[in-house]
Design a protein around this ligand. Sequence first.
Ligand SMILES: *Cc1c(COP(=O)(O)O)cnc(C)c1O
Length: 377
Amino acid sequence: MSMRLSRSIVGEAEAAAVHRVICEDGYLGIGSEVQRFEAEVAAYLGVPADWVVSANTGTAALHLAVESALGHGSGAEVLVPSLTFVASFQAIGAAGAVPVACDARLDTATIDLDDAERRLTSRTRAIMPVHYASNPVNLDAVYAFAQKHGLRVIEDAAHAFGCLYKGRKIGSFGDIACFSFDGIKNITCGEGGCLVTSDQAVADAARDGRLLSVEKDTEKRFSGQRSWEFDVERQGWRYHMSNIMAAIGRVQLARLDGEFAPKRRELAALYRERLSAVPGVALLEAEPEAWIIPHIFPVRILNGLKRRVIDALDAAGIPTGQHYKPNHLLTLYGGGKPSLPVTERLHEELLTLPLHPGLSREDVEAVCAGIVEAVNR
Ligand SMILES: *Cc1c(COP(=O)(O)O)cnc(C)c1O
């Protein structure tokens, strides 16, 4: 099989769990399996079960988080790095808030707080740091910045499920953290996501919001009932997770620490070892290897050689990726105005190398050999 940039690692155990939900339970919607998944995610993070609100995608979790924290249609401005998946921007917009694109740091590709500070206005209400390549680099500084300016913090932790920051699990501290369980993330539910927060007003609003804001519908469904008589006070969505997704997620969660995490770390460490001294290649600064579970492995290819490296790897059957097309270059978000020089430079330099638990050390050696050959040619 040809090398893949990323892929789901699922098999018989996940299939058996789905089989159980379909053939034994027969209840496919949001029910006891989702309740168990949320409880197990909470236990994994070391937080109370009612801090965790699952959703059908990570984007939906981000949307619910912004809306629950700031209100629906607030028009509030949210500081967010331009260098992120368009999901971060779309989620902010979906909540009726306004994404304000910020520049990145060259060493980590995470949000540049000096640039963010210049973009503060009287309408700024939140900051959405993105844990790029699973690195929650300057999170203390982000929280200090937020406190200083009276902002909510909504962490886009889509890359960072299971990661630690200064010894503590992402999501177990701070304001609101959102994870993604889409097919290629550190764990998958097929699709899926969740938000984690100690703020019960936000958690309750998100729990209702994912079920059309039918009040306390989650409790009913977890106990196998339906709400026939109810009131609705806010805009809501159909964003809940299904029992089928949760069944997959429960198996994946059990495989994370013993199987997926060590493999991802081992391969990322090998990339670092092989590429750290290669002229023309710059690695992003990262947290200690043992603290993170790397979801992607982007490197900077310097001196304008990125195209050459892509073509050389492509010729060797090795796929590469781009994380990400900066959002401020998209028509909806300004079409390149204002310019964000570091983000634009990173966009020219960053190249994502294959990383998933199905790769071998030999695969990584082949990728590195291809890069070295291309930059030395
Ligand atoms: C994957 C991802 C999301 C969205 O998650 P989905 O589950 O795919 O909707 C948001 N932000 C970032 C940075 C991501 O990588």
